[in-house]
Design a binder for this molecule. Structure first.
Ligand SMILES: NC(=O)c1ccc[n+]([C@@H]2O[C@H](COP(=O)([O-])OP(=O)(O)OC[C@H]3O[C@@H](n4cnc5c(N)ncnc54)[C@H](OP(=O)(O)O)[C@@H]3O)[C@@H](O)[C@H]2O)c1
Length: 297
C-alpha cells in the first residue's frame, strides 16, 4: 500500500510517499481502508520531533492520527462494528491507504469521509478544554484563536451548553465566528479593550499560543479560570497547560450526538492528496486554518 512516511525529524521535505506493508488489526483494534485523514498541528509537531514525550515514535514513522474510512478488518475482542461500516476515529499512520484505529465510532448520516476525518482530535480537545476550564451555562468564555479546528469545536459545544463565547480571530474570520454563534473581535493591538467592550469574561482558553496568558488572567481575574493548549509557559503564571488527551471513544460518541442534532459542523478548509502531504503541513503550519485540512485517499 501507499503511505506517507518520514525517516528523520525535520521540515515538510522529510515526508515521502512510500510503498509499505499493510498494517493489521490486533486485539481491540480495527483496520480501515482510509478515505480521508485529518491534518492536525500535532502531526507536524511530531514530524519536527517537538512532542516526543507525549508521542514517542520510532523512525521511520508514518504520519497522522485521525481518519475516516471503511472497516475492512476487525481485531479479536472487538464488538459492535463490522467489515463495511463507515467509521471515523483515531489511530496511527493514517496518511495511508490502510490504517489501524484504536478508537472509532460509526459516522453519522450525511457526513462525508472528508468532513468526518476532521473531527476526532479537535472534538476530544474541545470537550476536554470546556470541562477543565469549568465554564457553565449562562457564563461567558473567551476563546483566543477561535477560528481553527479546536476553536470551531469549542464555539459550537459552548453554544450547545448555553455558554456565551467571545472569540478572537483574524479579520477574514469575524463573520465565520459570528456564524458559529460567538461574539467576535480581532486579535492584535487593542484586543483586550475590544474584548472588554463585548462583555465580562468568566473563563478563557488560549488556543493560539500567541503570548496572551497574562492578558487572559487579567480579563478573568483568576489564573484558575484560564487553560492553554498551546503555550508551554502558561504554568509560570499559574495557568493550566492541558496536554493529556481524555477519552476518545466518549468524545466520538458526543461528536456523533452533536452532529446528528445539527449542532456541530467543522468545515474542511482544503483537501489534499497523499502525495501533497508536505503541502498540507506547510499550509497548516502557516497557522490560519479555518476548521480542518484533510488528506483524501
Ligand atoms: N495540548 C493539546 O492537547 C493540544 C490539542 C490540540 C491542539 N493543540 C495545539 O493547539 C493549537 C491550535 O490547534 P488547532 O488545531 O485549532 O490549530 P489550527 O486549526 O491550525 O488553528 C489555528 C488558529 O489560530 C489562529 N491564530 C493565528 N494567529 C493568532 C493570533 N496571534 N491570535 C489569535 N489567534 C491566532 C488562526 O486564526 P486566523 O486564521 O483567524 O488568524 C487559526 O484559526 C495548535 O498549536 C496545536 O498544536 C494542542
Amino acid at each position: 500500500m501507499k503511505k506517507v512516511s518520514f525517516a528523520e525529524f525535520g521540515g515538510p521535505d522529510v515526508l515521502h510517499l512510500v510503498d509499505a506493508e499493510e498494517p493489521h488489526a490486533g486485539p481491540g483494534r480495527i483496520r480501515v481502508a482510509v478515505r480521508a485523514a485529518g491534518v492536525n498541528p500535532v502531526d507536524w509537531r511530531i514530524r519536527e520531533g517537538q512532542v516526543l514525550k507525549a508521542h514517542p515514535i520510532e523512525l521511520p514513522s508514518g504520519v497522522g492520527l485521525d481518519a475516516a474510512g471503511v472497516v475492512d478488518e476487525v481485531g479479536e475482542g472487538v464488538d459492535g462494528v463490522e467489515v463495511g461500516d463507515h467509521v471515523f476515529g483515531e489511530g496511527s499512520s493514517t496518511y495511508a491507504e490502510f490504517a489501524v484505529l484504536s478508537a472509532w465510532a460509526r459516522m453519522p448520516e450525511g457526513l462525508t469521509f472528508e468532513e468526518a476525518a476532521g473531527y476526532p482530535s479537535v472534538v476530544e480537545t474541545a470537550l476536554r478544554l470546556v470541562r477543565e476550564v469549568g465554564v457553565r451555562s449562562g457564563q461567558t468564555l473567551l476563546v483566543s484563536g477561535a477560528s481553527g479546528g479546536v476553536g470551531s469545536a469549542v464555539l459550537q459545544i459552548a453554544r450547545d451548553r448555553g455558554i456565551t463565547v467571545i472569540g478572537t480571530a483574524g479579520a477574514a474570520n469575524q463573520d465565520y465566528l459570528r456564524g458559529l454563534g460567538a461574539l467576535a473581535t480581532t486579535y492584535g493591538e487593542g484586543w483586550v479593550t475590544r474584548v472588554r467592550e463585548l462583555g465580562r469574561v468568566d473563563a478563557a482558553l488560549d488556543l493560539a499560543g500567541s503570548g496572551v496568558i497574562r492578558e487572559l488572567v487579567e480579563l478573568t481575574g483568576d489564573p484558575r479560570k484560564v487553560v492553554s493548549i498551546a503555550d508551554l509557559t502558561a504554568p509560570e503564571l499559574g495557568v493550566r497547560f492541558s496536554g493529556a488527551a481524555g477519552s476518545v471513544p466518549e468524545a466520538l460518541a458526543e461528536a456523533v450526538d452533536l452532529i446528528s442534532r445539527g449542532r456541530l459542523h467543522i468545515p474542511v478548509e482544503k483537501a489534499y492528496t497523499l502525495a501533497e502531504a508536505a503541502v498540507a503541513h506547510i499550509d497548516s503550519q502557516a497557522g490560519h486554518t479555518r476548521g480542518r485540512r484533510v488528506i483524501v485517499v
